[in-house]
Write a protein that binds this ligand. Structure first.
Ligand code: NAD
Ligand code: MG
Length: 353
């Protein structure tokens, strides 16, 4: 039996995780947390709001599935990594913001860190057991979101409703907006750098509108390995929760009888500047990725609230990155301060916008 603590149980990932846990007799839900919706009775221990670490201490799970959205997921990520408790990580923002701290905690704890993000789950599987020197590069695929193919002019007046209509994935509002701006792929680029120890030069992003190929790994002999499947988050969730057994699921494999066409093209970095900004923030290192994430969270919330136009999201992030010092954070307190500083600057930029 594996005892699971599910953080973010009421969200898109959280609800799909409940289905996976229900269908898998060897998975037992021992604790669940939500941000604001009541969830009493969902698990032996439940919590709404409050300190997630306190719930983890009380429940002592074998696996933490962190499906909280945003920087709020960070203490739980560090708790699991530090203790060597298996971390099934959907909350990419915590790894982006605190990459160095998280890697140190992971090295201390020595447990499994299994990504739930579909591209990273795919990459993890393609990379598993491979000597680092045989790996040339990683390719992350992006659907391109609802605004693929548009020009900047055509994005002036798009509303939250337009941005929330994602073509291939049905997800929570924050990540759906991130997919529309390509900030999601920017966060994933930084996430991949920390997860797999790859230089930014060795991580490519390609647009692949149908989201069937989740990632590819290029090897030094000219081979490329890809991970394919229908876009269904229950597959990477199940993989992470049952690792390394890879339990069976009832989810159908690809149907190839009707033919399968795979289309790839380069991302439009001018129309979607948040992807290039993420690469820059990642390469600069220090707390630049933390500032990128913080400013993006502030700007996306303002866009969803109709206080900021769609194109303003990238502007707020760019202005914030230009204003912060980006100095390395030695510990969690310094990182939390860097996050707060970036949020304050982003708020000022919003007021000025
Ligand atoms: P969502 O908005 O649907 O759900 C977020 C969950 O987090 C909710 O249960 C909410 O109550 C909880 N939450 C928010 N703040 C909290 C707090 N302070 N304390 C405790 N709980 C809190 O989001 P989602 O789409 O499920 O995404 C969750 C995470 O997974 C994000 O980091 C996202 O980037 C990542 N992710 C999601 C998908 C997807 O398909 N939805 C795919 C890949 C990665
Ligand atoms: Mg993803």
């Amino acid at each position: 039996m594996k005892r699971i603590a599910l953080l973010g149980a009421t969200g898109s990932i959280g609800r799909q995780a409940l289905q996976v846990i229900d269908a898998q007799p060897e998975l037992e839900l021992v604790a669940a947390a939500s941000g604001s919706q009541p969830i009493e009775g969902l698990a032996p221990l439940t919590q709404t709001g409050g300190d997630l670490v306190a719930l983890l201490e009380r429940s002592q799970p074998d696996v933490v599935l962190n499906a909280v959205v945003g920087f709020a997921g960070l203490p739980a990520t560090l708790w699991a990594l530090d203790r060597g408790v298996t971390l099934a990580l959907a909350n990419k923002e915590s790894l982006v913001a605190a990459g160095e701290l998280a890697l140190r905690a992971h090295a201390r704890g020595g447990g499994f860190l299994i990504p739930v993000d579909s591209e990273h789950s795919a990459a993890f599987q393609c990379l598993e057991g491979r000597a680092p020197e045989t790996v040339e590069s990683l390719v992350l695929t992006a659907s391109g979101g609802p605004f693929r193919g548009r020009t900047r002019d055509e994005l002036e007046d798009v509303t939250p409703e337009h941005a929330l209509a994602h073509p291939t994935w049905n997800m929570g509002p924050k990540i759906t907006v991130d997919s529309a701006t390509l900030a999601n792929k920017g966060l994933e680029l930084i996430e991949a750098h920390f997860l797999f120890g790859l230089d930014y030069d060795n991580i490519e992003v390609v647009v692949h509108p149908t989201s069937v190929v989740h990632a590819l790994v290029r090897l030094r002999d000219g081979a490329a390995l890809a991970h394919l499947g229908y876009p269904d988050m229950r597959i990477p969730i199940s993989f992470a929760l049952t690792y390394p057994e890879r339990a069976a699921t009832a989810i159908p494999s690809l149907d190839l009888s009707g033919g399968l066409t795979l289309e790839f093209h380069a991302p439009d970095l001018e129309t979607f500047p948040l992807l290039a900004l993420a690469r820059e923030a990642g390469e600069r290192g220090g707390t630049y990725p933390c500032a990128y994430n913080a400013a993006n969270e502030v700007a996306v919330a303002a866009f969803l609230d109709r206080r900021l136009p769609f194109l303003g999201i990238a502007e707020v992030v760019a202005e914030t990155l230009a204003a912060v010092d980006g100095a390395e954070a030695g510990d969690l307190d310094e990182l939390v301060a860097a996050d707060a500083e970036a949020r304050a600057i982003a708020q000022q930029e919003l007021a000025a916008a």
